[in-house]
Design a protein around this ligand. Structure first.
Ligand SMILES: [Mg+2]
Length: 174
């Protein structure tokens, strides 16, 4: 139970380590992205050129994408507006509802959808509750919300230590 809900299917150093060809082969068509410290540092207001380029490549490969973030609409609009990608804001992850809403927006089923995020207790737990393919990335360096640092990160370090010692079958690491 613990493993099934809290362990990601894949654990990588950053989004750039995700092998998009493998995802396509697995039948993944939809990508639900966390925002802060996954694709942009929490205290930065624009995507890097590298990330923008990566989103462009994903789009060209035919992936449908949506952001699922606990942030309010203003930050999401400011960041994603230029990309023209949809988002679900004030998501209160790990609730299932925002992920379901995002899948409905991009038109993918649970089997076809991956969640990519930097937090076990929001992104990974939320995705696993729905049986989505979950990808944990090492958080980008940046300021954290104080409660995230105080509670979630400490528990995450404990789980990641166990994950590294005894990885579940199919849990790749870069
Ligand atoms: Mg995050």
């Amino acid at each position: 139970m613990f493993r099934k809900l809290l362990y990601p299917n894949l654990y990588v150093g950053s989004v750039h380590h995700i092998d998009i060809d493998s995802l396509a082969v697995m039948g993944i068509r939809g990508l639900l992205f966390d925002l802060d410290n996954t694709v942009v540092p929490r205290d930065v207001d624009d995507f890097s050129a590298e990330i923008k380029d990566w989103f462009g490549r994903l789009e060209a490969r035919g992936f449908k994408m949506c952001f699922v973030s606990n942030n309010g609409p203003r930050r999401l609009q400011n960041l994603t507006g230029a990309l023209g990608l949809p988002f679900v804001c004030r998501a209160v992850k790990p609730r299932k509802k925002p992920f379901l809403k995002a899948m409905e927006t991009i038109g993918t089923s649970q089997k076809e959808t991956a969640v990519i995020g930097d937090q076990i207790f929001t992104d990974i737990l939320g995705g696993n509750r729905l049986g989505l393919f979950t990808i944990l990335v090492t958080p980008m360096p940046g300021k954290e919300y104080w409660a995230t640092e105080l509670i979630n990160r400490r528990l995450e370090r404990f789980i990641i230590k166990r994950l590294k010692r005894n990885p579940p079958a199919g849990c790749g690491e870069v």
